[in-house]
Design a protein around this ligand. Structure first.
Ligand code: GLN
Length: 354
């Protein structure tokens, strides 16, 4: 017991100084430094990359060349369905290849994981997303299911596998899964659909080749047309982040609470995203972030930190591999700030860390 009142007063004042706003003692630094808040991490990345001028809009689909290259929006959705945003998160771009994830997911949901494994396969091709050599290599050299549904040949095949008696029925199913993951009814951007339909001869050739080799069982022209339509669905950064979050939280959309996929199927979907989501740069991306992700030539990227958050960035200028430059940089920074890398485990408590 300290009897001297001045010493007692001084000690009390010192203790009060050491108390934070929450009343907790903050004398020592906590063992692990607190992570940044999602909003702070997003704001910081937005400010850092807003004026970055690297990359170029895709122009092999003429409508994409006309999209504002300065469009930049970031959105992140957490378990409680909270949506954190920065920049323009309401302007829509075409979803493009990001749709491949959700069509593949629908096939897995309806027919089980083996349906994809045995048809297209789940192996990275290491080649560009619309490579015809990759089809030849899979069929002739490797002997079959040696592709994946996140590159065009596999994606057109996955679209051909969606069940429905008519093209309209198949389309309704594709639209439904996208709507359920985004949490609102989406629409096709008709100008993009027309523009790509007029110029997609290469994808038509891929569809025919996949049919010739028996990956697609019937009606390759219909599969290519529905695939082109699904790539033209309009989405903003918020929609995409909600779609990513549906995959981050076991297949249930955390905003609408609707269960879209069975939780057992989600790890399969994420595995293909991890190995093939950013085309031939998927390895580099995984090395930097550890996050299953998917890019589209419309300028969007979604990424998933399982159990933690779904994130999306829309920014049209792409690098040589066809991935949004700003989206890759912003997601990497934000995920690092929030501890999003699922491979980054800590040593057991009793072990001295190096
Ligand atoms: N619709 C585009 C295509 O087939 C999608 C490509 C992409 O986003 N990488 O070429």
């Amino acid at each position: 017991m300290i009897r001297n009142p001045w010493v007692r007063l001084t000690l009390m004042l010192l203790l009060m100084l050491c108390m934070g706003a929450t009343g907790s003692v903050v004398l020592a630094k906590p063992a692990s430094a607190p992570k940044a808040s999602p909003q702070a991490a997003i704001d910081q990345a937005y400010a850092k990359y807003k004026d970055l001028q690297e990359g170029k809009n895709a122009d092999y689909i003429p409508a994409l060349a006309k999209v504002d290259p300065n469009l930049f929006g970031i959105a992140l959705v957490t378990a409680d369905g909270k949506v954190y945003t920065a920049g323009d998160v309401s302007t829509e771009v075409s979803i493009q290849s990001i749709s491949k994830v959700f069509t593949m997911a629908q096939v897995i949901e309806d027919q089980g994981p083996d349906a994809i494994l045995k048809t297209t396969g789940v192996d990275a091709t290491g080649m560009r997303f619309n490579s015809i050599v990759s089809v030849e290599q899979a069929y002739k050299t490797l002997g079959g299911p040696e592709m994946n549904p996140l590159v065009n040949p596999g994606a057109i095949t996955a679209t051909s596998m969606v069940q429905g008696a008519t093209a309209d029925e198949v389309w309704a199913k594709i639209m439904q899964v996208h709507n359920d993951c985004a949490g609102r009814p989406l629409k096709v951007l008709e100008d993009v659909y027309k523009s790509e339909s007029d110029t997609n001869q290469r994808n038509q050739a891929i569809g025919m080749l996949m049919y010739a080799y028996g990956y697609i069982k019937a009606n390759p022209a219909q599969a290519v047309d529905l695939y082109t339509r699904q790539c033209s669905i309009g989405v903003n950064a918020k929609d995409l982040a909600t779609m990513a979050a549906t995959l981050a939280f076991g297949g249930t959309n955390p905003v609408t609470k609707k269960q879209v996929f069975s939780s057992a199927n989600v790890p399969k979907i994420l595995a293909v995203m991890a190995t093939a989501g950013l085309y031939d740069d998927s390895g580099k991306w995984l090395y930097a972030t550890g996050l299953p992700a998917k890019s589209g030539v419309g300028g969007g990227i979604i990424a998933v930190s399982p159990g933690k958050f779904g994130i999306a960035v829309v920014a049209p200028p792409l690098d040589d591999a066809g991935n949004s430059v700003k989206a890759q940089r912003a997601i990497t920074d934000i995920s690092n700030a929030l501890g999003g890398n699922p491979y980054a485990a800590k040593a057991p408590a009793a072990t001295a860390s190096k």
